[in-house]
Design a protein around this ligand. Structure first.
Ligand code: CA
Length: 234
């Protein structure tokens, strides 16, 4: 097996039929030392997902020969590679479906270079640190085994529900987590429609984690879910 890593940095596969977007991604990523391969169709992209062994896949949801969601499902059937989907603005339903089908994150066109690089950094970090039980995130420290949370080293009291929400957001810090995922993991599969639960409990959590003068740690992604601020990529 040849090691493509020797030829460049982290391998990113771009599956996008829109040439201007694809060219922009390729030149930007190359300029930032990523090893990039771009394919304009789902069929070629799926083949490249095997041959090129990417660490991150940037997948456009609107491809000419197959839906991006179908591509995502095929990739997910054999690989845990980080997948960031690209969508047109205004298609929240597509984003939610992709995230619930195993995409790691999304970017809405048009996106900025810092946004793109931040998403990739977060995606890569996640594939490396899924099993941490103690997490420090800026001024927050969470001890998952001990069920304890500290803000500026001082313990704060969270209810079991608040703790669960925070744990899931932190495990995915920097990445969006859909309403459906949060509801399913915290309240169970019968509660996935009850987004009002989330509004209430995320509100409580925000209050407890609020630091005067600092940005809210929990970012609302309207119509999609919540994201914990990623302090390292700000
Ligand atoms: Ca497209």
């Amino acid at each position: 097996m040849s090691d493509t890593r020797a030829l460049g940095g982290t391998r990113v596969l771009v599956i996008e039929d829109e040439k201007s977007v694809s060219d922009f991604l390729v030149s930007t990523l190359k300029a930032h030392q990523y090893a990039v391969r771009a394919e304009p169709t789902a069929t070629a992209g799926l083949q490249a997902a095997v041959d090129f062994r990417p660490e991150v896949v940037i997948l456009d949801l609107g491809l000419p020969d197959m839906s991006g969601l179908a591509v995502l499902e095929k990739i997910r059937s054999w690989s845990k590679v980080s997948v960031i989907v690209l969508t047109a603005s205004g298609s929240d339903q597509d984003k939610v479906e992709a995230l619930d089908s195993g995409a790691d994150d999304y970017l809405t066109k048009p996106f900025s270079v810092p946004e793109l690089l931040a998403r990739i950094r977060v995606a890569l970090r996640h594939s490396a640190s899924k099993d941490d039980t103690r997490i420090t995130h800026g001024r927050i420290e969470i001890d998952l085994d001990g069920h304890r949370v500290f803000l500026d080293k001082r313990p704060i009291k969270l209810t079991a529900t608040e703790f669960d929400i925070l744990r899931i957001l932190l495990k995915n810090s920097g990445k969006v987590v859909t309403h459906r995922t949060l509801l399913k993991e915290v309240w169970g599969p019968n509660s996935v429609e009850h987004t009002q639960y989330l509004r209430v409990y995320v509100g409580y959590l925000r209050k407890k984690l609020a630091v005067p003068g600092a940005a809210d740690l929990i970012v609302t992604e309207p119509g999609i879910g919540y994201r914990l601020l990623d302090v390292t990529s700000d």
